[in-house]
Write a protein that binds this ligand. Sequence first.
Ligand SMILES: [Zn+2]
Length: 253
Amino acid sequence: MNFKKMLKDQLAYVYFNIYHKHTSQIGNRILIYHSIGSKLPHDSYGISITKERFVEHMLFLKEQYEIIALNEDYKDKLDAQTLSITFDDGYKDNLYALEICEKYCIPFTLYITTGTIGQKDYLSQEDIKLFANSSLCTLGTHGMTHKHLGLLNYAEQEMELTESKKMLEDIIGAKVLHVSYPHGSYNADTIFLTSKIGYNIVSSSHIGLNTKANIDFKRLKRIEIIASDDIKHLERKILGYYDYLALKEKIPH
Ligand SMILES: [Zn+2]
């Protein structure tokens, strides 16, 4: 474990035990997974977790939490302690996640970067149809080119959000109403555009619990799960140990 991670863990421990534990909020925690079991050339951060660890996580989550889908009923379920599972990017190895989630009956949302469909390490159009056929899977887009939306101008963002929606809808033959921001990046234009284009549930990368009091369908809060997260770290992320990181986030309006 490197020094920075150790320090982050220590801060999380202190924050949780001194403050967060006593404020015990009720709501929904959304986890972000990326790749399962692949060695990706660009993965310096640990976004690919092993198959064994993924199964271990799913079994633990299934046993300990109520896992709910991000769908129309979502907002009616915020007065309970729940969990939701999402995958970003659309890696080929997510077919394994589909198999495991089907096996244990775990609902999830998959956000696909449409520009990489069919490329090496990414899902093909045929793969995506398998996800669309699963009653447990909700599909959404994740931009067309995975660029930081918050750094693009209005027209470029409109193109990213419109073209990716259209492409995914053409593949699955159904409406796509969900999107997650690549790199968690967005600005006021993005928020306006997601509404205009017809996305009604939008996931951000802001850390925190989604509660009845703070629910914002233009930027649901989520937390990233990485390769080094064993069950102890997974549980801490769910409990809110790392919610202190939200204090230094900049929230665009
Ligand atoms: Zn991404």
